[in-house]
Design a protein around this ligand. Sequence first.
Ligand code: NAG
Ligand code: NAG
Ligand code: NAG
Ligand code: NAG
Length: 371
Amino acid sequence: MKSLKIIAYLLLIVGMGTASAQNSKCPFQFLYRFGDGISDIGNSVRVPPFGPLLPPTRDPYGVTFPGSPIGHWSDGCVEMDYVAEAVGLPNIVPYLAIDDSRSYDGVVFSVAGGTTLNASFFESMGVRIPPFDIPLDTQLTWFRTFLQSNSTSQTEYAKRQPSNSAIIFEFAQLNDIGYALVQGKSIQEVTNYVSLLVEALINAAREVIKLGATRVVYTSAVPLGCNPYILTALATDDASAYDGLRCLKAVNNVAVKFNENLLSSLLALKKEFPTVSIYPTDYYATVAGQIILRTPLGSGRGNPALRSCCGVGGRYNYDFKRLCGSPNVTACPNPNNSIYWDGIHFTQQVYRNVVAIQIVPALLLLQCRLI
Ligand SMILES: *[C@@H]1O[C@H](CO)[C@@H](O)[C@H](O)[C@H]1NC(C)=O
Ligand SMILES: *[C@@H]1O[C@H](CO)[C@@H](O)[C@H](O)[C@H]1NC(C)=O
Ligand SMILES: *[C@@H]1O[C@H](CO)[C@@H](O)[C@H](O)[C@H]1NC(C)=O
Ligand SMILES: *[C@@H]1O[C@H](CO)[C@@H](O)[C@H](O)[C@H]1NC(C)=O
């Protein structure tokens, strides 16, 4: 535990130092992003008809940055904001806010709550999904629509070509698993469909590669068993269900299984497309490292690092009936000291650290120059 803590610190310091050398020059001019709330920079709040009523349209979302809610599921920036900045392509736009007369550095198709599998799958499983869920296949439809839309200039058209871009797939929040677990599905039931999630993600890569993509990045899943909303829904008196960080072991094992399956499938995909660059990034270890750093020694039954900053009630400061953004639900005094913002998503500080740690190897793999 102690040595893990030291390693996590080292990663943090190394990452921070280099990520501030922000002016990197990459051999691509555009970013595409598919995913969930970790990278949603404003799509979910624009999904009709309920989007405009979602929590991140209300205080205290955005309290750290820019000071008011802007549709990010965080107290400030989300991971995608930092990624875009780090690769030198900061001018990104949520798909649902595109103004086709303008020039951009990237488009984000991610929608908070998004799933890899679609509504018909969840219907067959008897699992309810939120009405604003935009699954991967719809995000891919948006992508194709965007590619076909004709912009004003030829330069802009050339810039947007998949061959001139880096494409990131991130369904790190494992919403497909989370929805099912909080609705009472067993670990066994959700484990049974892990391979379907991976298959859908790999098929999505095949599709963008067919459209010309040559750089594809994947993120692993986060340790879902540490998320306050999962810890609250699946709370148990059985002490052996928890690991050393007081996260739910069985749920984290599902995430680990997903990550192992994804990694081996990516290796196979590399063989299938030898000329395409395909990179995995490890969000599981990075987020676990953040939790370790903030876990006080001897925290007994509850680990304060797993408490939501914004929320109310229970051991994890999370109650799905009184979410962050509801009346009289307040945020902790300094979100920078918390891992989890609203019980589901992370704080700006965590996104910043996650990117700082991951970005240097990622930039090197993408053949970006650090200048
Ligand atoms: C959902 O996914 C399944 C399996 O990939 C596919 O057969 C089906 O057409 C999809 N349904 C919709 C509504 O997109
Ligand atoms: C869009 O415009 C470009 C350049 O003006 C042209 O090459 C391309 O064929 C057009 N695409 C469509 C789908 O109309
Ligand atoms: C919020 O708190 C105020 C003051 O304590 C109280 O009057 C009000 O009823 C509360 N509103 C809700 C929705 O709980
Ligand atoms: C949290 O950190 C950000 C910079 O990362 C800083 O701008 C902000 O003031 C900090 N918030 C508090 C409450 O200290």
